[in-house]
Design a binder for this molecule. Structure first.
Ligand code: HAM
Length: 457
């Protein structure tokens, strides 16, 4: 047997599992930047962080998440103790489980956020992967419509905090109570057909017209009902919806949505909102206002974010209803959004203040001490861990993203100074070596002043 050949053919792939990403430092830095702003905005609104386990019992998702998630997207397996478990495909069921445990002792509303990674077995494509991170923000026990209002406001402030302008995104919104009434009262359909109709609405923008017609025909709901359903799908604005409801004697149905649109106008965020009859959300637990935020850029027409209100999720734990509202915003489409609108700083290089180098082995001790001394001032320092020629220092500093290079050569040691070179201005500064190395309290102050001066120039 040819051992070599065998070894080659069985060598492991260096690629990550399909639909997942290796987060090398530039991507991880970008993600960290996104997450830190998400946390900042959550804290601005008084939301507290939480997290949960990576694995949950499959039953948790069966209760309310919907067939698509369970039958097609979930990563599930039986563990060594014969429990049927899944890697979390979304955070809301875990959140509901945790809130069900703790809410009785908590004052309301409960405001929580998390940034979990989630896994769904989906066909990997632009904006859609098998693993993504999702900023989840949820509020429980808020007065009706006020939770919805705050959640939308938070989502808008988040996008604005990255520098997004009013024209970069839009919020497509609907009310599942209105849709329920249209399907149940106007079309007079039973719950099973209504459930299937919701799935059709959810897919209506993603499939060709013929497929849509075929799906509707399969329901066998009659020509009057089909016509009304197609009329509903054509509605393009709140005004058109309200007219449709009036015309069909569903006036009371519109009250909530009318009140909500007024509230949105009052706080000046109505300009971001567009009524869209096709937004009903693929997950089964939503009961009221639902929404998705879309990038307006033609190259990224995907939902950045989806959410809504869910009144009954705690009931699966035999708890009294505690209404929740929230959204999930995925890191994949959001990163795409930020780069397309040029809202991402350059994260290709790390952020380092000083590269400390020595050109003679006698400088090793000084360089290590100096690095510590600078770090105690809060400066980001990389110490090159071996002798390096001056000429090689500068390309290295460039790769490290360092702003300054410290040089410690024979001359410097002999004459008790070191050279600091500003890589942007090419200016050179000399600093007394003893001053830089003396870590007494008194001296640290002097050193700080000196370094501040040098860094400013
Ligand atoms: P969702 O619509 O399934 O909602 O996901 C929310 C967002 O996560 C999507 O708009 C999209 O940006 C991102 N996302 C979802 N799946 C993928 C994927 N396979 N690849 C990349 N990005 C993805 C939920 O998960 C709800 N639990 C959100 C929620 C929180 N509702 C209330 N609170």
């Amino acid at each position: 047997m040819n051992m070599n050949k065998d070894k080659t053919s069985s060598s492991l792939s260096k690629q990550p599992y399909k639909g997942t990403r290796d987060l090398f430092p530039p991507l991880k830095r970008t993600q960290d930047y996104m997450f830190s702003k998400m946390r900042e905005v959550a804290h601005l609104f008084g939301y507290e962080p939480y997290d949960g386990p990576l694995l949950e019992e499959v039953e948790l998702y069966k209760a309310k998440s919907g067939e698509e998630l369970i039958n097609e997207q979930i990563y599930s397996f039986t563990d060594r103790g014969a429990r049927f478990v899944a890697i979390r495909p979304e955070m809301t069921p875990t959140l509901a489980r945790m809130v069900a445990q703790a809410h009785k002792e908590m004052s309301k509303p409960i405001r929580w956020y998390a940034i979990p990674n989630l896994m769904r077995y989906e066909k990997p494509q632009k904006g859609r992967l098998r693993e993504h991170w999702q900023f989840n923000v949820d509020i429980f026990g808020a007065p009706q419509l006020m939770g919805e209002l705050e959640i939308l406001e938070l989502a808008i402030v988040l996008l604005q905090s990255f520098g997004a302008s009013d024209n970069d995104f839009e919020i497509l919104l609907n009310d599942r109570q209105v849709v329920d009434d249209i399907f149940k009262k106007l079309l007079n359909l039973d719950s099973e057909i209504v459930h299937r109709l919701y799935k059709i609405v959810d897919k209506s923008q993603k499939v060709p017209k013929e497929t849509l017609d075929h799906m509707i025909a399969e329901l066998n709901i009659g020509s009057r009902e089909t016509e009304l359903f197609l009329d509903y799908l054509q509605i393009k604005s709140f005004e058109e919806l309200f007219l449709f409801l009036d015309k069909n004697n569903l006036q009371t149905t519109k009250n909530n949505l009318e009140k909500f649109s007024k509230l949105l106008k009052d706080i000046n965020i109505f300009k971001f909102i567009k009524y869209d009859p096709t937004i009903v959300r693929g997950l089964d637990y939503y009961t009221g206002i639902v929404f998705e935020i879309y990038d307006k850029h033609p190259d990224n027409r995907r939902a950045l974010c989806g959410g809504g209100s869910y009144a009954n999720l705690l009931q699966i734990f035999n708890e009294a209803p505690l209404p929740g509202v929230g959204f999930g915003l995925g890191d994949v489409t959001f990163k795409e959004f930020l780069s397309l609108h040029k809202l991402l700083p350059d994260f290709s290089k790390p952020e380092v203040d000083f590269l400390i180098s020595y050109q003679t082995s006698d400088g090793e001790k000084q360089a290590l001490q100096l690095a510590n001394s600078f770090r105690s001032l809060g400066l980001k320092v990389v110490c090159n861990l071996q002798v390096i020629k001056i000429a090689k220092c500068f390309p290295l500093a460039e790769r490290l993203g360092a702003k300054f290079v410290v040089l410690i050569g024979e001359d410097e040691i002999k004459n008790n100074f070191l050279v600091i070179k500003n890589l942007q201005t090419q200016e050179q500064h000399k600093l007394e070596l003893n001053l830089a190395l003396d870590s007494s309290n008194e001296n640290i102050k002097n050193l700080k002043t000196k370094i501040k001066e040098i860094c400013k120039k």
